[in-house]
Design a protein around this ligand. Structure first.
Ligand SMILES: O=C(O)COP(=O)(O)O
Length: 231
């Protein structure tokens, strides 16, 4: 690929809700964790609305729903190892790639884009999940929610990529389903595409004002093909 200073040549992809529908397994892990603590089980639909800010926040939201109280850090410290164990067991039993993801990632790789996954999921789960779908060879880097000091919506993971790859902001694109992805992209000064089929807390991703809203993953290809040049 010809790396022009004002053309996108690198893409950061969100994982949960963008590449993989991971909620079915996250939901079972949350349900089993709540049950083991003597709480009622939540629904998969509820978990869909709680995903987005990492594993700890997910369990904090589940505990708040179950107990009616904010979990303190001591309670979370006790609960997180149980959740992590449960999720480790289910990680990719019911999770699936969204339509068009495998083909589109392969095509973007063929076209020469540098690609990374920037997720708020703990790194220890992100890597085996990506490997389970045989996508690891396409990504030069996988940044988990615990890889750097801050996670999305902070721009830190995107700024890290820009610096590590020696790019300008105009050369990088973020593709995600959540306002956390779009806010991180805007704060890093890069373009973003918002996907409508993921988990954005039940909100319309268009409200976060990405550069483009796509209903299907493969539309990323056509957006890039007609991408406006930023000067
Ligand atoms: O695990 C989460 O909370 C969200 O992960 P994501 O950043 O890949 O959407």
């Amino acid at each position: 690929m010809n790396h022009q200073p004002n053309r996108i040549c690198a893409i950061a992809f969100d994982l949960d809700g963008t590449l993989v529908d991971s909620v079915p397994d996250l939901a079972v892990a949350v349900q089993e964790t709540l049950a083991s603590l003597g709480f009622d089980k939540c629904t998969e639909q509820q978990v869909r609305g709680w995903v987005g800010n990492g594993a700890k926040k997910l369990m904090a939201r589940a505990l708040f729903w179950a107990s009616g109280k904010e979990a303190d850090s001591q309670q979370l410290q006790q609960v997180m190892p149980i959740f992590m164990d449960n999720y480790q067991r289910y990680l990719h039993q019911h999770s699936r790639l969204y339509a068009g993801v495998a083909e589109t990632i392969a095509e973007l790789h063929k076209q020469g884009y540098k690609m990374a996954v920037v997720t708020n999921k703990p790194y220890q789960f992100a890597v085996p999940l990506i490997e389970a779908f045989e996508l690891q060879s396409y990504f030069e880097l996988i940044l988990g929610g615990d890889t750097l000091a801050k996670m999305k919506p902070d721009p830190m993971p995107l700024q890290y990529l820009i610096e590590r790859w020696g790019l300008s902001e105009a050369q990088m694109l973020m593709v995600g389903d959540s306002k956390n992805d779009i806010i991180a992209a805007k704060s890093a000064g890069i373009a973003s595409i918002g996907l409508t089929y993921g988990y954005n807390y039940g909100e319309d991703i268009g409200l976060a004002e990405p550069n483009a809203v796509c209903q299907q993953f493969n539309q990323v290809l056509s957006w890039l093909a007609t991408e406006p040049v930023t000067l």
